[in-house]
Design a protein around this ligand. Structure first.
Ligand code: NAP
Length: 246
């Protein structure tokens, strides 16, 4: 039986095992998807030796960066971003990919309007790197906003004019994620209008305070659940040699 799996640590409440095992059952696909909690990323070598039927893996926190030197090759987007969340395995040879890029792009594209020429990206972590990679590909100017990264905008720099000008605002911080649902990025929500699109990478809760504040101002809103499903589906397409083209 073909095997797939998720590596990370710890692995609690992970989306991928349930998603893929349901997909295999419904599609009558002779495969199984395991959760492989690895205390150390170096254990990936033994894992591959112990599971010769592994054809693909997903990678989650904290190994999206540290897995890279342990792979045989890496695709261009994952190399530029410095993060791998999907590994394909062919004859024992491993290749790293970043399907967060594909998931975010496919989820964002149908929502873009001509006014979405300038974006604010809140947060500077791994997800922000995938988001800015996509914005660069789409020719959307962006400003990254950080609590304290030198050279980047701070939240206190964002006056009403700046918020009004940047019609696309993307939250890549964990602010508002369950269980701390009363939190949201500290921006001036009153400067948001009907032309804005607010995208939150968080998917639990479905409507974060960030999105609810934007909706109250008449903005379009989108949460991260579709992105989550699309990045999983993109992994499947890579593992089955049906590489996504978006
Ligand atoms: P991460 O590497 O920890 O980065 C989050 C960034 O947010 C940090 O670099 C930090 O930037 C900022 N931040 C952290 N705590 C903050 C706070 N208390 N107040 C303000 N800013 C804070 O995490 P990540 O992997 O990029 O993931 C970020 C979020 O995206 C998570 O909620 C994750 O679940 C979600 N995500 C969703 C998907 C999806 O498919 N929907 C995919 C990937 C990630 P500064 O230090 O520069 O402020």
């Amino acid at each position: 039986m073909t095997e797939y799996g998720l590596i990370g640590y710890p692995l609690t409440h992970s989306f991928s095992p349930a998603y893929f095992n349901r997909k295999f059952k419904e599609g009558k696909i002779d495969a199984v998807y395991h959760a492989f909690p690895l205390e150390k990323i170096d254990s990936i070598k033994q894992l591959l030796a112990d599971h010769p039927n592994l054809k693909g893996m997903n990678v989650t926190i904290p190994y999206k960066g540290s897995v890279i030197p342990l792979l045989n090759s890496i695709d261009d987007a994952a190399l530029q971003i410095g993060a791998v969340n999907c590994i394909s395995i062919e004859g024992g040879i491993t290749k790293g990919h970043n399907t967060d890029v594909i998931g975010f792009k496919q989820s964002l594209l149908p929502l873009l309007k001509p006014q979405h020429k300038h974006a604010l990206v809140l947060g500077t972590g791994g997800a922000a790197k995938a988001v800015t990679h996509v914005l660069g590909e789409l020719g959307i100017n962006y400003k990254m906003v950080s609590r304290d990264t030198p050279g980047l905008s701070r939240y206190t720099d964002l006056d009403d004019d700046t918020i009004a000008k940047h019609k696309l605002i993307i939250n890549t911080t964990p602010l508002g994620m369950y269980p701390r649902t009363d939190e949201c990025p500290p921006i001036s929500y009153s400067a948001i209008g009907h032309d804005h699109l607010l995208f939150d990478l968080i998917y639990n809760p479905a409507e974060t305070k960030f999105l609810a504040n934007g909706k109250a101002q008449g903005a379009a809103i989108k949460n991260g659940f579709e992105m989550l499903e699309l990045q999983a589906e993109a992994s499947w397409q890579i593992w089955t040699h049906n590489y996504p083209t978006v």
